[in-house]
Design a protein around this ligand. Structure first.
Ligand SMILES: NC(=O)c1ccc[n+]([C@@H]2O[C@H](COP(=O)([O-])OP(=O)(O)OC[C@H]3O[C@@H](n4cnc5c(N)ncnc54)[C@H](OP(=O)(O)O)[C@@H]3O)[C@@H](O)[C@H]2O)c1
Length: 295
């Protein structure tokens, strides 16, 4: 089967690459998703049986003043991928986000819960989901949250940098979610695609699935865990004083959901396994950082 991965230089794209050694993997320089017109020609040339779209406009705050580009990449480009998948009996594996929800629910969000994004990024990602559902039948949409990886401007790397720069910092304690290691996302996608190349009865049913790390906590508590583990492993020499602050004390252009916790039961039942806890991914990231420091 021909596998095409989009998002070569992103957190999830980089994690997918080693698990799909035969796949064609494209970054922005090879295929700009902001020009949906060029996507069709690339698809027709490469003829993928499985498209894994890990590319997205992910700048949540910038999207508030850049809606055209956010919708171009997160909706219109996805629409072209879905049209190709439908016309060629290909599978489309796509990623979406906890930001499709308002965050007002007091418990974890299931796939059945009503969506109600509060910002442009969330609206554009929801529009991408809806395009896929409208246009093709062979798809998996994995909604994930709070993604971190060895490389990338993610929360873990930001905290490790700030720990070296500052004696004290404030981190939001009234937003709760599930950190998700990109390597764990890639492993799950690999398992799902392995089933696709087997007989059809092994496939998990097409649809939307929540795919996040096991374990929910606030950004503040996640920062505390990061500092404790990084200190224990010798990656930082001292732990900065951590202050719990409210969302109101840390204003951002886009509003974030207070509750980002995703219920992953549907995916766990489909794969007959529990999803990995985020702490395993954190340890892998810290070990990689130590290795990089030694070199
Ligand atoms: N990061 C999170 O916390 C998070 C949370 C929930 C859901 N998600 C979803 O998970 C998926 C993967 O996210 P991620 O964390 O891997 O994101 P990421 O690290 O920001 O990577 C996104 C990739 O998309 C590429 N891209 C952006 N605009 C493009 C364009 N016009 N043409 C081609 N490529 C373009 C970027 O290219 P450049 O490298 O050239 O910029 C980047 O490599 C996305 O669908 C995202 O919405 C992420």
């Amino acid at each position: 089967m021909n596998v095409l991965i989009l998002g070569k230089d992103g957190q999830v794209g980089k994690a997918l690459a080693p698990l799909f050694p035969k796949a064609k993997i494209l970054g922005r320089s090879e295929l700009d998703l902001a020009s949906p017109g060029s996507i069709k020609a690339v698809l027709q040339k490469l003829k993928p049986d499985i498209i894994i779209n890990a590319a997205a406009y992910t700048a949540v705050d910038a999207a508030e003043s850049d809606a055209d580009l956010a919708f171009s990449v997160n909706e219109h480009a996805v629409q072209v991928l879905a049209e190709y998948a439908a016309a060629n009996d290909s599978w489309l594996i796509h990623f979406s986000t906890d930001y499709v929800f308002s965050g007002d629910k007091p418990s974890a969000y299931s796939e059945e819960d009503d969506t109600a994004p509060t910002g442009i990024y969330g609206h554009s990602k929801l529009a991408g989901e809806q395009a896929i559902q409208r246009l093709c039948t062979r798809y998996y949409i994995f909604r994930t949250s709070w993604v971190f990886a060895e490389e990338g401007a993610n929360f873990v790397n930001t905290m490790l940098r700030l720990a070296r720069e500052r004696d004290e910092l404030g981190v939001v304690s009234d937003q709760v979610g599930c950190p998700t290691y990109a390597g764990d996302i890639a492993q799950i996608v690999s398992r799902v695609t392995t089933r696709l190349v087997q007989a059809a009865e092994h496939n998990i049913p097409a649809g939307i699935y929540h795919l996040s790390g096991n374990g929910a906590l606030s950004w503040h508590d996640f920062a505390e865990e990061i500092f404790q583990c990084a200190h224990a492993s010798g990656l930082i020499t001292r732990i900065p004083k951590l202050k719990a602050i409210s969302t109101a004390e840390y204003p951002t252009a886009a509003q974030r959901p207070a509750n980002s916790v995703l219920d992953t039961t549907k995916l766990e039942q489909a794969l007959d396994t529990s999803l990995p806890h985020w702490s395993g991914g954190l340890q892998k990231l810290l070990a990689a950082s130590q290795g990089a420091n030694r070199r």
